[in-house]
Design a protein around this ligand. Structure first.
Ligand SMILES: Nc1ncnc2c1ncn2[C@@H]1O[C@H](COP(=O)(O)OP(=O)(O)O)[C@@H](O)[C@H]1O
Ligand SMILES: [Mg+2]
Length: 356
């Protein structure tokens, strides 16, 4: 059952359309991520859901409650939306103890003091902060401060948790750990999450579904695996994981990688819709290419430019014609050395028009 609904939501700042006709439905208890490069409209969307930003057009609903609609002159202020919020910057109050940081919003709501104490302690316990309750948040690490912000958002018992790049100022190790803590909290408390990030692995690890956005326009909304396995277009392909795009062109009815004097093997079938394109792309992911022997009829010939050992995997850059392709294999697999001729087998090729 859809719970949060955005209907034709548009936001313009002067000439800039930050969010363009966004339609979205999120379920109760769902963890939904918005993923895209800086400036694509993620924060603006979240701020509209929170009520910090007016809509230029469209509607925001939670359950059967209309929250924002410029056309209907309706606007519910943030404090009446019961949403928890955590932002990238450590928005904690340094002059208050950790306990007071969490209790303060509850005091503002005028709750009875016994309930304030109980909820504050529960939220501190859930975020592993009970021991630090009387300390200043300034005495905590970045991860600790973000836990305080999380505890404060939890204490109000939110229907929806809005998280805007909450982990991006933490170091990578802590970031990974806190992903799982957020998931655990969600399981325990049952709120919906809208999680904004530009980090695709974070979105993949956390979400039930991911929205990929580019310049205010939705590119795809899908489960993480479907985003990865069936990207809707060239942009989504390039944004999820490491990718190579290789220019291909037609010559005498045969497809050649740009600068190469050998046509692509027949086993690497170019789809019909590329036949009319002068130039198009063969898109690949480094882990979906293998080295094969020179006689393999599906092999594409190239030359190793460099090889780098990245622990468990070996990362290659291979030249084909005047193009370059990334290849990654396990460190135990045999692979060619630097400058050697090699032969590549594309296990899962994707094909895109030049301007897709
Ligand atoms: N208050 C504002 N005034 C003018 N332009 C803004 C404002 N807030 C955001 N923008 C513009 O809207 C676009 C989307 O911004 P934002 O939502 O912050 O993107 P993201 O969070 O994905 O990085 C950008 O082009 C940004 O410059
Ligand atoms: Mg942002």
């Amino acid at each position: 059952m859809s719970y949060i609904r955005l209907v034709n939501v548009t936001k313009r700042f002067g000439d800039v359309t930050a969010v363009n006709n966004l339609n979205l439905e999120i379920d109760k208890g769902e963890c939904f991520s918005m993923l895209g490069p800086s400036g694509c409209g993620k924060t603006t969307t979240l701020r509209m859901v929170a009520g910090f930003e007016d809509l230029t057009d469209g509607e925001v609903w939670v359950g059967d409650r209309l929250l924002s609609s410029p056309k209907k002159h309706h606007y519910t202020p943030p404090e009446n939306r019961n949403f928890g919020m955590v932002f990238q910057a450590f928005a904690v109050w340094p002059h208050m103890s950790v306990y007071e940081n969490v209790a303060f919003p509850l005091r503002l709501r005028g709750l009875p003091s016994a309930e304030i104490d109980q909820r504050t302690k529960d939220a501190l316990a859930a975020t592993n902060l009970l021991k630090a309750a009387s300390e200043s948040p300034d005495s905590l690490s970045g991860g600790g401060k973000q836990r305080v912000a999380l505890a404060r958002a939890l204490a109000i018992n939110p229907d929806v948790m809005l998280l805007d790049e909450p982990l991006s100022s933490l170091d990578p190790h802590l970031r990974e750990e806190m992903r799982f803590e957020i998931k655990d909290l969600q399981r325990k408390y049952g709120f919906s999450i809208i999680y904004v990030t530009h980090d695709q692995s974070e979105a993949m690890a956390l979400s039930h579904r991911i929205l990929v956005m580019k310049l205010g326009v939705v590119q795809q909304i899908d489960k993480p695996l479907d985003i990865y396995a069936h990207p809707a277009n060239r942009f989504v392909f390039s944004f999820i994981g490491v990718s190579s795009f290789t220019d291909v062109l037609w010559q005498d009815g045969k497809a050649f990688i740009s600068g190469s004097d050998r046509p692509l093997p027949a086993a690497l079938t170019v789809p019909e819709e590329m036949k009319a394109e002068a130039r198009f792309s063969l898109a690949s992911r480094p882990t979906e290419i293998e080295f094969t022997n020179a006689e393999d009829p599906a092999g594409v010939h190239g030359q190793v430019i460099r090889r780098a050992f990245l622990g468990e995997i070996v990362d290659y850059l291979v030249r084909i014609g005047d193009q370059q392709v990334r290849v990654q294999i396990g460190r135990r697999d045999p692979g060619p050395g630097p400058d050697e001729a090699c032969c590549l087998k594309f296990l899962r090729p994707f094909w895109y028009k030049a301007e897709d």
